[in-house]
Write a protein that binds this ligand. Structure first.
Ligand code: 5AD
Length: 483
């Protein structure tokens, strides 16, 4: 089937389903009608969409960790601990790297090694290998909604198993789970494979079960200009809505400058809502999630708590509906349950204290908002143009042309010509805008902000600034100053 942004016809979807479910034996366990009945029995208490709705209307920010281990009973114990001791508002199963790459036989070996060793030998929960019934044991072990978090270019079987398994939210998208994660997967393929996931989520909705779809906002980390990640999020929302999805969460990764981060979080849902409306998708609920610092972390735990708290403060002041929490063991690797709970507790302390505070609309904030709006609009409009109104085709062409360009991405289907650097206040700007479709005023704005930093540092803005910014955080700083 040729790629286009059009809701998959039922016969196409169901014939493709047979191949998808045949890829691993547990695929046989999926029975859509039975799964819908299961979700209906489980009720609103397990629904991520319902919880997000509550958070949005009450102005609360939910705290969610990442968490995944190889063994089923350990996964259950971990989630119970993070709910009880960590007071997590909602929970995940973070999926292991083999499953993310559809290497289920190796995931199976990982499960067996973990059983023999008595501890997790995988970096996440291999949900496909465990199958539908085991997934239900995981979601039933806690009384908060549970989401699937991963990083999978082809997540079709994972979605089939976990949604039938009672998970009510599924992260990822055809751009955000390809370009930052894979080198060789064409966008035509990942977008089509995620249309399948969205079509599946849409099928559940049509049968009375709302599945929340979240898009991965941070892309490659802490130096992605908000206009670029916002454009990707808006596009993924449009692609999902076409397949029948009605509940989306757009993500953003904290960059570190408070005003820029707040402006990003304030513009994100408005832009998504505007484009959904403009493209004819009605009744789509939009919420937001902020990812705490997705860059390098200090090994020192007290310092790590400082980074975590700054992310929590940003989420609270920006009115994020949800925040994804880091842990004091981020520098070391996959955290244990105690470190994980500690990150959530530190975060919730800050969220609670800042619950009634917001950033005032200063001229600086207003300007940042205008810039991010203009950038996102320029990229999305040009993408729609390139596709003659078809956002799926437009996205493939936009990446080819560098109209969307994600800095530091491994994918060979990304131009990779753009270079970001921080300005004198730590906001992420463009040193090399490459082929972004920005007008003169926007380009001048970026150039002027970096020139200002250059004057303070007594040097011309250049590649060395980028390098200094990448290394800065390792030295405990946001802006990479010379010497
Ligand atoms: N458990 C907890 N956190 C995880 N991450 C990746 N896998 C797991 C897991 N199994 C975290 C990393 C990083 C982020 C991208 O995801 O530590 O913070």
């Amino acid at each position: 089937m040729e790629l286009k942004n059009q809701k998959w016809p039922a016969d196409e979807f169901f014939s493709r389903r047979r191949e998808v479910l045949a890829a691993w034996p547990t695929g046989r366990e999926v029975d859509l009608d039975e799964a819908v009945a299961y979700h209906r029995r489980a009720g609103a208490g397990r629904s991520m969409a319902a919880l997000l709705d509550q958070a949005r209307t009450s102005g609360r920010t939910l705290a969610q960790p990442r968490a995944g281990v190889a063994l089923l009973l350990d996964q259950i114990e971990l989630l119970r601990y993070l709910a009880a001791e960590g007071e997590a508002d909602c929970l995940p199963a973070t999926i292991d790297s083999y499953t993310r790459q559809n290497r289920y036989a190796e995931a199976q070996a990982g499960i067996e090694e973990s059983r023999a060793a008595g501890r997790s030998m995988l970096n996440g929960f291999p949900a496909v290998n465990y199958g539908v019934a085991a997934c239900r044991r995981v979601v039933e072990a806690v009384d908060v909604p549970v989401q699937v978090r991963h990083g999978t270019p082809d997540a079709r079987l994972l979605a089939e198993i976990t949604l039938a398994g009672g998970f009510t939210s599924f992260e990822g998208g055809g751009i955000s789970y390809n370009i930052p994660y894979a080198k060789d997967v064409p966008l035509e393929k990942s977008i089509a494979d995620w249309q399948y996931v969205d079509r599946l989520a849409g099928w559940y909705l049509e049968h009375g079960v709302t599945i929340n779809r979240e898009f991965f906002g941070p892309l490659t980390g802490t130096l992605v200009p908000p206009g670029i990640s916002h454009a990707v999020g808006v596009i993924e929302a449009l692609l999902a809505a076409e397949q029948g999805v009605k509940n989306v969460t757009l993500g953003y990764g904290q960059c570190g400058n408070l005003i820029q981060d707040v402006a990003a979080m304030l513009t994100l849902p408005r832009l998504a809502e505007d484009y959904l409306e403009r493209c004819g998708y009605r009744g789509v609920t939009v919420t937001t999630v902020l990812h705490q610092w997705m860059g390098g972390f200090p090994a020192d735990e007290s310092k790590a708590f400082g980074v975590i708290a700054w992310g929590a403060a940003t989420a609270a002041l920006a009115g994020a509906d949800k925040v994804i929490v880091k842990t004091p063991h981020e520098a070391v690797g996959v955290p244990g349950k105690e470190a994980n709970a500690a990150g959530i507790k530190a975060t919730k302390q800050v969220l609670n204290m800042l619950r009634d505070q917001f950033m005032p609309p200063t001229p600086e904030l207003t300007e940042e908002i205008a810039v991010i709006r203009a950038e996102t609009t320029a990229i999305v409009d040009k993408t729609l143009d390139l596709g003659d109104g078809d956002v799926a085709l437009g996205t493939v062409r936009a990446f080819k042309a560098g109209v969307i360009d994600v800095p530091f991405a491994p994918s060979r289907f990304n131009a990779g010509r753009l270079l970001p650097a921080r300005d004198n206040r730590g906001a992420v700007r463009l040193l090399e805008p490459a082929n972004l479709p920005f007008d003169r005023a926007l380009l001048d704005f970026h150039r002027e902000r970096l020139a200002e930093r250059g004057r303070v540092e007594n040097r011309e803005p250049g590649f060395q600034m980028v390098i200094d910014d990448i290394y800065a955080i390792g030295k405990g700083m946001l802006v990479g100053r010379p010497r």
